[in-house]
Write a protein that binds this ligand. Structure first.
Ligand code: SF4
Length: 323
């Protein structure tokens, strides 16, 4: 991202070593601003997966996000080593769906394709027929051509897809949710909308259904960033993790970006730090190298490629647009 303020000494050192090591730094939208400022690319999980597949020419990739994202990057980057600053940054949502759980659901619903949200472990992905992001879930489920699909781990995203398609969407685990996005409260959102009557409200599909109903638009973080950048509106209420809100406000100082809940912080994402990135560049610590069992690669690469053929670039449907 464009930086308007003076970089810190640690940031300058990271940029210096990044050049020396010929490293590509990818950062998720939920990372802190100091990391976003030194990253080569900041985006949502789909955008970052695509970038890691295009990393040819670099000697290493540093992926600031949660582990399942770094695992995808490692598979797509093929021979380029991928490091994660915080190897213990695990997405709790991903923990709801194991490979074993998927296998038992397949036995219960034989023939129903398995559509997994990217927020799953590499092991779970080996049981997937399709993988989707929040921005492509509707299109991917429709592209299966099936009347019934098994879907997981996010029950709110499943509900969103159910409402947008004629497909019977069966939750692999009805408890699956993101604790960050579940914090948004519809009553609080209604109050904010009253306070800012001209604001456009955009909510992430991991939010509860009543929050999505109250929002003007629903979409991934990539879609939110594009909307704020391209919209003539100047005030937005954003219902997703705070890192994106901070990014949007820094990128668009002329606009007003209001968090729908100012404590919506993903502790796992925030385990990545600038110092953790510096440590990788200085020491190449082996425990920060992302290793995905070789036997998982072929299948995961295949389902990821299938996903990229389906329309969806981190954007989602507009539910209700202000004039
Ligand atoms: S914001 Fe939610 S879905 Fe995203 S990494 Fe954190 S816990 Fe997982």
């Amino acid at each position: 991202m464009e930086v308007s303020r003076e970089l810190s000494d640690v940031q300058k050192r990271v940029l210096e070593l990044k050049r020396e090591r010929n490293a590509l730094i990818l950062a998720h939208n939920y990372q802190t601003i100091d990391i976003q400022e030194i990253a080569d690319f900041v985006g949502d999980s789909l955008q970052l997966a695509r970038k890691s597949g295009e990393g040819t020419g670099y000697d290493m990739i540093i992926f600031a996000g949660v582990k399942f994202m770094a695992e995808m990057a490692s598979i797509l980057a093929e021979d380029i080593p991928v490091y994660i600053p915080a190897p213990k940054a695990l997405c709790p949502l991903a923990a709801y769906v194991s490979a074993e759980k998927i296998r038992s659901m397949k036995e219960k619903y034989p023939g129903a394709p398995v559509v997994l949200y990217v927020n799953t472990t590499a092991e779970a992905k080996t049981e997937a027929d399709y993988i989707c992001t929040s921005g492509s879930a509707v299109e991917v489920v429709e592209a299966t051509g099936a009347s019934t699909v098994l879907f997981g781990p996010d029950a709110n995203l499943a509900d969103y897809v159910r409402n947008k398609t004629d497909v019977e969407v069966i939750d692999i685990d009805t408890r699956g949710h993101c604790y960050v996005h579940r914090q948004f409260d519809v009553a609080q959102l209604v109050l904010l909308k009253e306070e800012y009557p001209n604001a456009i409200t955009i909510a992430h599909p991991e939010c509860d259904p009543d929050v999505l109903d109250a929002a003007d638009m629903v979409g991934s973080t990539g879609m939110m960033a594009q909307t704020v950048a391209n919209s003539p509106h100047d005030t937005f209420i954003i219902a997703t993790e705070l890192g994106l809100v901070e990014q949007l406000q820094a990128a668009h100082p002329e606009k007003t970006i209001i968090p729908a809940y100012e404590r919506a912080v993903c502790i796992q994402m925030k385990k990545n730090t600038l110092e953790g990135i510096l440590d990788i560049l200085e020491n190449l610590p082996p425990e920060k190298l992302v290793v995905v069992p070789e036997e998982y690669h072929e299948h995961i690469r295949e389902v990821l490629q299938r996903m990229s053929k389906v329309k969806g670039q981190g954007s989602a449907k507009e539910v209700r647009a202000h004039s």
